[in-house]
Design a protein around this ligand. Structure first.
Ligand code: 3H9
Length: 708
């Protein structure tokens, strides 16, 4: 027997255990091995029933996603080992029970649905998360699940990809019972009872009584489609899941399954699934840092301090409290401190109103947050995060004060979004303890944490920061030190082009809509109104001496700043605001036109395509420079920064993956075109040129080793 599955016998019951750590991903080999084991056991006279379970901490995380690239290349075809395995299990004449612990997801659940009965631990969860990979369930899940829980519920489960706790799955009819003691022991006992009863196997594919009434199903699915279309914003797979499940009510099981596999193949071939699968692996890749291993020493973090109780500082303090880490906030005066603490309490109260937290949760969190106006109260903190205004002089002053009070071994982190971490570290005598922790606003909500390594930052401080990001339920991405690091450095040329196209004739609304149609969470001008035009202005002041001579500069934003139109906070910026609702403002359009005319800029009709090309390719070109300079470790690190910090649509994979999918030759050619028609700031990055000429991609690129 292959080591991918293990078989034990408990008298007359065979227990077949998946053995493919860490999540028992159902590779094609594992599917073959499982089918062979089940067939062998079923053929034995000494075996009266079979239990299938997962080794390790889980039943199965589904089909092996790492095999999908090859599958996409050759096309799914008609024969598929997972199908043979599931149908082969279902065809068994002896009872087969799935014993589920941990997760049964995607192909893992589809395998369990092919078994005749299902038992689960109370903590187990099931689900069909394929939709989150831009796919639909492709191993007959859309045909078997509705036969257990009805078409509308099955469609909802597949289209949302949500995980369902075992107890709920029992109520829905998907799982038959919960284990009361040891899972496998309970499953074996039940298997024996079933064999004793001599009942014929209950095959899910043959059940029809829960398929429901076609008219009622159609009405429910119509409603679901509307909800899904609103939430999915441009993503195709949720609607395709509904389409596949719906067929269970109109086609035979065999035809419905063929239909499902056809849709699965179409989704697999789409750029959306490529983008989402890239994001899935990317989220895990960013945690892998060359030179950092399990053995790298870590510093212990049991308490924290935050400098500044503003929006950012407050959000960071909430993040720590949410993770159960006590945190003290330092402000300059009692008055400012109290305002900050009140704001935190109000934010938590909103969560209570929305039903996301209980008042007791809030009390618990608030008990972890204390305030001070005295630096000496930070002396016990294991980590201190500075979240003051963006200004080098101020940050240096704070860090020199921290150096004086912080205990030896404390990590000193700056939440700067653009400034030089080495310069900040130089204000201390312990630059090895200084690091950037760049949170994104609102810090208690946004998943991204850019971890900025300074020249002297210790490996232990980096390793601790990466672990801490997980504890804080963030995705930590390690980046190098330069203006704006990865995210904001790329955002600068992106914003620049978003403004240039206005000067050349596009409207604020058109530019923003082109971006939301592209899939961005918000348009660039709405973002700048949210972040504050004053914030951008202040950063620009810091870097204005570094702007190359002769480089075209945006005309309108500085004027808006002068006019006190800072964005949402002043009720007007690129838009005017009624509450938080942006209203296009003719005054701004007139301002853009007059400034452009004054500067001799020719105004013309600009297509949405040009708008997107200019902002996205500006983003990509800067990304290529960042990659080559080593500011980002891999192109996928850049992608993850953009997916989790800047509202880039996950189904496009991130800016670098998007460029890979457009084709780097095309991106390069268009960038050359803009260099020739717009100016030298469009000079293509050397790495982009090289990859475009070699017909390669950012994803394939590997950093040359230092010896080369
Ligand atoms: C499918 O089933 C299609 C079928 O319907 C039809 C086919 C025809 N494959 O997340 P973790 C790796 S589509 C390959 O850190 P956790 C992961 O990359 C599939 N690898 O652990 C990581 O590797 P590394 C539908 C996988 O405990 C390691 O396992 N299923 C897979 O936090 C640990 O993962 C899904 O979409 C996989 N399926 O979370 C579920 N799953 O250590 C996707 C994981 O090298 N998976 N890996 O970085 C998950 O949601 C989570 O991984 C899970 C565990 C909840 C299972």
């Amino acid at each position: 027997m292959t080591s991918l599955v293990q078989v034990d016998h408990q008298d007359d019951v065979a227990v077949v255990t998946l053995n493919h750590p860490p999540v028992n991903a159902l590779s094609q080999d594992l599917c073959r091995a499982l089918l062979a084991a089940v067939r062998t056991e079923a053929a034995k006279d000494t075996v009266r029933a079979i239990v299938i379970t997962g080794g390790g901490s889980t039943f199965s995380g589904g089909a092996d996603i790492s095999e999908f690239g090859a599958l996409r290349e050759r096309g799914p075809g008609d024969e598929f080992p997972m199908h043979d395995m599931i149908n082969g299990i279902e065809a068994c004449d002896k009872p087969v029970i799935a014993a589920i612990h941990g997760n049964a997801l995607g192909g893992g659940l589809e395998t369990a649905l092919g078994c005749h009965y299902r038992i689960a631990t109370p903590t187990a969860r099931i689900g069909l998360p394929e939709v989150k990979l831009g796919l639909i369930p492709g191993a007959m899940g859309t045909q078997r699940l509705p036969r257990l829980c009805g078409i509308p519920k099955a469609a909802e489960i597949a289209a949302s990809g949500t995980m369902i706790p075992a107890a709920e799955a029992v109520e829905l009819g998907i799982i038959d019972r919960l284990a009361e003691g040891d899972l496998v022991a309970d499953a074996v006992q039940w298997a024996r009872e079933l064999a004793d009863a001599g009942e014929p196997p209950r095959r899910t594919s043959e059940l029809t009584d829960r398929l429901g009434d076609p008219d009622a199903n159609a009405a429910a699915l119509e409603e679901l489609r509307k909800n899904v279309a609103r939430k999915a914003r441009g993503q195709e797979s949720p609607l395709r899941c509904i389409e596949a499940v719906e067929a269970a009510g109109t086609m035979s099981f065999e035809d419905g399954s063929k239909n499902e596999f056809r849709i699965f193949g179409e989704c697999l071939a789409s750029t959306q699934s490529q983008g989402l699968i890239h994001a899935f692996f990317g989220e895990r890749t960013v945690g892998k840092i060359p030179g950092i291993t399990k053995e790298t020493p870590r510093r212990e973090i049991r308490s924290a301090a935050v400098i500044g109780a503003g929006t950012m500082g407050g959000g960071i303090a909430m993040t720590y409290a949410n993770a159960g880490i006590p945190v003290v906030i330092k402000e300059v005066s009692q008055d400012v401190l109290e305002k900050g603490l009140d704001r935190i309490r109000q934010n938590y109260d909103v969560s209570v109103k929305r039903g996301k937290m209980t008042p007791e949760d809030v009390d618990q969190r608030m008990a972890l947050i204390t305030g001070t106006t005295d630096y000496s109260d930070l002396a016990d903190a294991d980590i201190i995060v500075e979240a003051a205004f963006e200004g080098m002089d101020l940050k240096k002053q704070i860090f020199s004060e921290l150096d004086a009070v912080a205990k030896p071994g404390a990590i000193l982190a700056t939440n700067t979004s653009t400034l030089d971490v080495d310069a900040i570290a130089s204000a201390t005598k312990r630059p090895e303890s200084v690091i950037g922790h760049h949170f994104f606003s609102p810090a208690n909500v946004m998943k991204l944490l850019e971890i900025v390594r300074g020249e002297k930052t210790g490996q232990d401080v980096i390793a601790t920061s990466m672990d801490l990001a997980k504890r804080l339920r963030k995705i930590g991405v390690l980046v190098g030190n330069c203006f704006g690091f990865v995210g904001n450095r790329m955002f600068w040329p992106f914003q620049r082009e978003a403004q240039f196209v206005l000067e050349e004739g596009a409207s604020v609304e058109q530019v923003d809509k082109a971006h939301t149609d592209f899939g961005m969470a918000m348009g660039p001008h709405a973002v700048s109104d949210l972040s504050g035009i004053d914030v951008f202005w202040r950063i620009n002041e810091e870097i204005k001496d570094t702007i190359p001579e002769g480089m075209r500069q945006p005309l309108v934003a500085p004027k808006l700043y002068e006019m006190g139109r800072y964005g949402q906070k002043t009720g007007a910026g690129w838009y005017r605001y009624e509450g938080r609702r942006p209203i296009p403002d003719p005054e701004v359009e007139a301002l853009i036109e007059s400034l452009a005319t004054e500067a001799g800029i020719e105004r013309r009709k600009i297509s949405d395509e040009e708008i997107i090309e200019r902002t996205m390719y500006a983003l990509v070109n800067e990304g290529a420079l960042i990659l080559e300079e080593g500011i980002a470790l891999r192109s996928v690190d850049i992608d993850i920064v953009y997916l989790y910090g800047y509202g880039f649509p996950a189904w496009r994979g991130g800016p670098m993956k998007y460029a890979d999918m457009v084709g780097l030759k095309k991106v390069y050619d268009r960038i050359c075109h803009y260099r020739d028609t717009q100016g030298f700031w469009w000079e293509p990055a050397p790495l982009l040129k090289e990859l475009a000429e070699n017909g390669s991609t950012f994803s394939e690129w590997e950093r040359p080793t230092q010896n080369n």
